[in-house]
Design a protein around this ligand. Sequence first.
Ligand SMILES: Nc1ncnc2c1ncn2[C@@H]1O[C@H](COP(=O)(O)OP(=O)(O)OP(=O)(O)O)[C@@H](O)[C@H]1O
Length: 124
Amino acid sequence: MGLQENSNRNSSLVKSFGVAFYGIYTAARTERNIKIHLVISTITLLFGWKLAISPVEWLFILTAISGTFTLEMVNSAIERTVDLITKERHPLAKQAKDIAAGAVLVYSLFSVIVGAVIFLPKMF
Ligand SMILES: Nc1ncnc2c1ncn2[C@@H]1O[C@H](COP(=O)(O)OP(=O)(O)OP(=O)(O)O)[C@@H](O)[C@H]1O
């Protein structure tokens, strides 16, 4: 592999990270639900630290938090894509948005259960 080719590859890797971070920034700036998740996640992390939860419990909490953010961002991307494709009301547009919203709800329920199982016994 030539030096030039190697440096092109590195710069495209840097670019990919750049756009990905810009995507996270855009989602955090424009999406109300993601702002709410940021607040809830911060409180959860503080609780975890205060109640000295175990490493396995941390793994579950971090899985719940990162998964919720990931799905919320994918949901936002789907909403934007649908809006870009059509401004008209369309049953498939409705299904696409509703299914994506349903995916977020399923994972959010999992996250609530994780939080309840870990924190409730330590609080009461
Ligand atoms: N193009 C569309 N065709 C049919 N139903 C739609 C369409 N866009 C949105 N919906 C329905 O509205 C719900 C909310 O969609 P979305 O969050 O994008 O808000 P919106 O209806 O576009 O308007 P607003 O952003 O002001 O709430 C979707 O889950 C879906 O049920």
